[in-house]
Design a protein around this ligand. Structure first.
Ligand code: CUA
Length: 339
């Protein structure tokens, strides 16, 4: 059989709709290019010099025709816009209970960390039928995380978290790329994504991933160790003290600041508070936290560990990854997997 695929395999919940929209745009473009081209050719031929065509009554305006070629393309354009916007919003809105994976981009590799502490380099293992949310950051320049088979791509920038999500729908090994020119080895910054059935994925994760070495500590536990080592508890204990506010139960709550503004505490705010604590001072407090101390001492990975630990403070015990996957498996995975 002649095998000439014009698109990568469709391996995520977004792929078929993405391709349908892309197909529609391609069809409309080719269709109207052909129609306009043919009409031009027709008139060029009919009225070319030397032809005895009737030129006695040139048409200067034709309201009906103008309305037709204005209204129809406008409606088509709007339809494409509405469909595109709907799909875009869907792609930018990860489900709350998604399985979370942390991604660091750096010149020139991808570093991946799972919640239970399993690490991967230039590889990403994901479970089929489960929404996966990538929280991404760069250690140096701007990169782009792209999995063509999943039809997802988003910038990975230094200094702030970006996210994207997908639900893998088809078992397989798919290439992953960096899409932003990020230096001499940009073209080699990539690897493979492995979409595994849930039991296989759970086993892979429980066995410590590719290294077959059970990680001793989860991300949050690593964060707790660091939290103690950096002596964060001296000021941030289980109760508010004069020196610093307690961090217990902070995640997801509203925090008010001395300038009257407020924010619902999320990962970006926690990250900012660790490395730039003076950007926003919590009401009732002053500039007492050492500013550049922590910025120098902690890497992006460390910050991520601290955040995972802070998220767990004062919250009911987080479900284990196995429990999380199990609860997800109960849902009608097929409907979310491929629509
Ligand atoms: Cu990283 Cu291109």
């Amino acid at each position: 059989m002649w095998n000439f695929p014009i698109a990568p395999p469709q391996a995520s919940n977004f792929a078929s709709e993405f391709d349908a929209l892309f197909g529609l745009l391609t069809f409309l473009t080719i269709f109207f290019t052909a129609v306009v081209g043919l009409v031009v050719l027709f008139f060029v031929t009919k009225f070319r010099r030397g032809r005895t065509a009737n030129r006695s009554a040139p048409v200067n305006d034709h309201l009906k025709l103008e309305l037709v070629w204005t209204i129809i393309p406008t409606l088509l354009g709007l339809a494409v816009f509405v469909w595109g916007a709907k799909l875009y919003i869907q792609m930018r809105t990860p489900p709350k209970d998604a399985y979370e994976v942390f991604v660091i981009g750096k010149q020139w590799m991808w570093h991946v960390q799972h919640p239970n502490g399993v690490r991967e380099n230039n590889e990403l293992h994901v479970p089929i039928g489960v929404p996966v949310r990538l929280t991404m950051i760069s250690q140096d320049v701007i990169h782009g995380f792209y999995i063509p088979a999943f039809r997802i791509q988003y910038h990975v920038v230094p200094g702030r978290y970006t996210t994207q999500w997908f639900t893998p729908s088809k078992e397989g090994k798919y290439p992953l790329f960096c899409t932003i020119l990020c230096g001499t080895q940009h073209s080699e910054m990539g690897g493979y994504v492995y979409a595994l059935p849930q039991p296989k994925f759970s086993a892979w994760l429980a066995n410590g991933g590719n290294r077959f070495q059970k990680p001793a500590l989860t991300l949050g536990d690593q964060g707790k160790q660091l939290f103690d080592k950096l002596a964060c508890t001296n000021c941030h204990g289980t109760q508010d003290t004069l020196r610093g506010p307690s961090l217990a139960g902070l995640y997801g709550k509203t925090r008010r600041f001395t300038d009257g503004s407020s924010v619902v505490v999320d990962e970006s705010y926690l990250r900012e508070s660790i490395i730039n604590p003076y950007n926003r001072i919590t009401q009732g407090y002053e500039k007492t936290m050492p500013v550049y101390l922590y910025k120098k001492q902690v890497s992006e990975e460390n910050i991520r560990q601290l955040i995972e630990h802070i998220k767990s403070l004062g919250q009911p015990a987080a479900p284990t990854v196995a429990q999380q996957l199990e609860s997800m498996a109960v849902r009608p995975a097929a409907s979310s997997a491929n629509r």
